[in-house]
Ligand binder design. Sequence first.
Ligand SMILES: C[S@@+](CC[C@H](N)C(=O)[O-])C[C@H]1O[C@@H](n2cnc3c(N)ncnc32)[C@H](O)[C@@H]1O
Length: 309
Amino acid sequence: MIYPEYELKPQFYEEFPLQWKKIFGNNNPLHVELGFGNGEFAAYYTQKHKNINYIGFELSITSIVKAQRKLKRNNATNAKLILCDARFGLREFFDTNSIEKVIMNFPVPWYKNSQAHRRIIIQDFFETLADVLIENGEFELLTDQEWYAKEAFENAKNSGCFEVFDIEKNPKREFLTRYEKKWIKFNRDIFKLVVKKIKDVKVNRLIGGVNEMPHASGKINEEKIKLLKGRVFKENNKVFVIKNIYKELDSNSHIFKVISSDGDFSQHYFLVLYQKDNENWVIKLDSESNPYRTPAVKWSVKKIMGVLQ
Ligand SMILES: C[S@@+](CC[C@H](N)C(=O)[O-])C[C@H]1O[C@@H](n2cnc3c(N)ncnc32)[C@H](O)[C@@H]1O
């Protein structure tokens, strides 16, 4: 990363939710942008609002690099960018009643029904918002898709936790994002939805507390190791698959390439299995691998040790 001071890697933190006061060195209000793209809005917003702490989520590494450049050019000191699914990050990295404003400019709408689970504004999202926003905290959505704004409107209303304002068509805007400019050029209408939190909800988080290193140990039947390649394990909301197993030359250790999911949240990582003494083996996260220690990640460690015994 070119300007690492702007990128925050929560997977290297020990404790969740994150301690934002420590991270920014002040107690300024937290404003969060979901899907910041190339960071034009982040650069504008952090200049305009010097007394807030801005946190942006993106899934694209290229976008993170471009956004870092823009923040650096402005010498912004109140911004952190995170490469992570915004739905996961909003729920897992923030405490209850901690965010003043959440902004989402021109999300990917995911038109097809088969892709609907990828939309950010699903019902669960509004429950998370009702947890992490402070009282009277706001969520602002801009989109060129009227149906998307209406779906968000309905989901926010159905949650019972928000004052939901009428959708505004072609609102007056001080700053146009890259996608906004593009859609205006294509003569598309723009829709703005604002909701204000009026009621608390407490949602379950996957990785609360101290982020312990999952590991398991015991006697195993070595013959069973090679049989695990390609196996899929499922339990409730958790799934993991062992994509590959590599044996280290000249040593009794094996690396497992694993993909796990907790609901819609997937992670790739490596586990290492090695012989500790004459009788016992240990399995744990490989030191190069740093997934969030979600229930599926912890379960994969215990389960593999279990089936090898
Ligand atoms: C259409 S672009 C809009 C970018 C920018 N906000 C703008 O208005 O110019 C949508 C952005 O959201 C990002 N994105 C999509 N799903 C996401 C998710 N679940 N979490 C974080 N970012 C996401 C994409 O990578 C993409 O950069």
